[in-house]
Design a protein around this ligand. Structure first.
Ligand code: BES
Ligand code: MN
Ligand code: ZN
Length: 491
């Protein structure tokens, strides 16, 4: 989608579709008022008659409005003005974007972000409008033939605003690119999106952007490093694992990098502790942590943020096989700690612990891992929030604040040492499952054992990463939260 700013009166602007917002039972403001004035009160009359609804997300498409150059005007209901907060603003922009997507509007001029939203500034409103409109326009098409009557996507979107919003425009575009990348990788089927595919995709990013490089570690490299946990997860698969290391240098070499670590289980059958068959196809999304950190990397690189960033992806497939690891095995992680396997379906923490140990070599400013780690996280928070776990209070605050600012919310769960006792094993330094109580937290406690005093947080995105039993596809979350966190650090 081509995205640009356009600073011109909405009534004089030549566009296929002008998109304006109206609040419920409130005087018309901004572009809606300008259109109303130019059309001798047409908008007001249509609201009065009930032909334009002002409920949040309602849409009405008008043709040939008097006094307006635009071919069509899309009037979007914004609900009560006093309740129009960041979440409702996002949903309203998504509703407008969906309408445009479903009605073959290939070019539009968007003004929704000229309405006030809490006390958020014009830059924030523009950026989030771009993200929402682009998000609503995404369709998965990689492995199906388009039908001739499929509505065409929005090809060009202009947004109301002048040159002072140039930086916000670039941020919006970068975020949109990052979200798209994460969703597309998430949605690809597991026979295509293998560890090798993720590695190739990362290589493509490094080629496309300045100041980027990539290293891809294979089995023998992992063996040399002693990554016994990551290797164990992958040993039953014909698609060999990859450790993908993307680097972006946007600041001086003396600046400690931020490190993002992603769980990239390209398919999780559960292994020998096989999952039930119903819904197993959803486990193609078990690489959404990897997709999100790769998407965030792409967003940061395309924005040219003044930070150093390393993205580490543990890409691996968890399969049952004659060579697969089994319950009862004791494996040795890169950190030298031994782990008794009680359930081969708790594989994500095993892949991650070695990736976390590997990440310490970068002497990071902070390490954040992102993973579809536990079904228990879905039980705790549902599909609305990313779980934020860390033993560093101010890091938790920073991440939760970033999520709120990006309308990609996270919520903290405790990571108290009290839970550690659930991981005790008579045969190894720890076992890989902590039992039924607080399953999301004990998974976090497992990872914490590999992190020492490092500034580190774990994000469980098992609920946030995809929607509707997987049929609505990957959300790209938490690209927004992570990118905002990094934008805030770039100062
Ligand atoms: N990838 C799953 C977690 C998951 C399940 C995410 C459902 C989203 C939806 C993970 O590898 C897993 O299987 N976790 C187990 C852990 C258990 C064996 C301790 C789980 O949550 O059941
Ligand atoms: Mn699993
Ligand atoms: Zn998994």
């Amino acid at each position: 989608m081509d995205i640009q700013l356009k600073d011109q009166s909405p009534v004089e602007l030549a566009t296929a579709c002008l998109v304006i917002g109206v609040h419920h039972e409130a005087p018309l403001e901004g572009p809606a008022k300008q259109v109303d004035d130019a059309s001798d009160g047409a908008i007001g009359r249509l609201i009065e008659s009930g032909d334009i609804k002002t409920d949040r997300g309602a849409t009405a498409l008008l043709h040939g409005v008097d006094g307006v150059t635009a071919e069509r005007v899309l009037v979007v209901g914004c609900g009560d003005a006093e309740k129009f907060d960041r979440v409702r603003f996002h949903e309203t922009c998504m509703a407008a974007g969906k309408f445009l997507r479903e009605h073959t509007v290939t070019e539009a001029h968007v003004c929704l972000h000229t309405l006030p939203v809490e006390d958020l500034d014009a830059s924030w409103r523009l950026r989030q409008a771009i993200v929402a409109i682009d998000m609503a326009n995404y369709r998965y098409e990689a492995t199906k033939a388009p039908k001739s009557d499929d509505p065409k996507p929005l090809a060009t979107a202009t947004f109301a605003g002048d040159d002072t919003l140039e930086a916000a425009l670039e941020q919006g575009k970068g975020l949109a690119t990052g979200y798209r990348a994460a969703r597309e990788l998430g949605n690809l089927p597991p026979n295509i999106c293998t560890p090798a595919h993720l590695a190739r995709y990362a290589e493509g990013i490094a080629d496309r952007h300045d100041n980027c490089s990539v290293d891809v570690l294979k089995r023998k490299d992992m063996a040399k490093l002693g990554m016994g946990a990551l290797l164990a997860v992958g040993q039953g698969s014909a698609n060999p694992p990859r450790l993908i290391v993307l680097r972006y240098n946007g600041a001086g070499d003396d600046q400690a990098p931020y490190v993002l670590v992603g769980k990239g289980v390209t398919f999780d059958t559960g292994g020998i502790s096989l999952k039930p068959r119903l819904g197993m196809e959803e486990m193609k999304f078990d690489m959404c942590g990897a997709a999100a950190v790769i998407g965030t990397f792409e967003a940061v690189a395309s924005m040219g943020l003044a930070i150093n960033l390393v993205t580490v992806v543990a890409a691996v497939e968890n399969m049952p096989d004659g060579k697969a690891y089994r319950p009862g095995d004791v494996i040795t992680s890169m950190a030298g700690k031994t782990i008794e396997i009680l359930n081969t379906d708790a594989e994500g923490r095993l892949a991650l612990c070695d990736a976390l140990t590997y990440s310490e070599r970068f002497e990071p400013a902070a390490i954040i891992d992102v993973a579809t780690l536990t079904g228990a996280c879905v039980v705790a928070l549902g599909h609305h929030a990313t779980a934020v776990m860390t033993r560093t209070d101010d890091l938790a605050d920073e991440l939760v604040a970033a999520g709120s600012a990006a309308v990609d919310r996270g919520w903290r769960l405790p990571l108290w040492e009290d839970y550690d006792s659930q991981l005790k094993s008579p045969f190894a330094d720890m076992k890989n499952v902590g039992g039924m109580p607080a399953g999301a937290i004990t998974a976090g406690c497992f990872l914490a054992k590999f992190m020492g005093k490092q500034r580190w947080a774990h994000l469980d995105i098992a609920g946030a990463a995809w929607k509707g039993d997987g049929r609505e596809g990957a959300t790209g979350r938490p690209v927004g939260l992570l990118t905002q966190y990094l934008v805030d650090r770039a100062g």
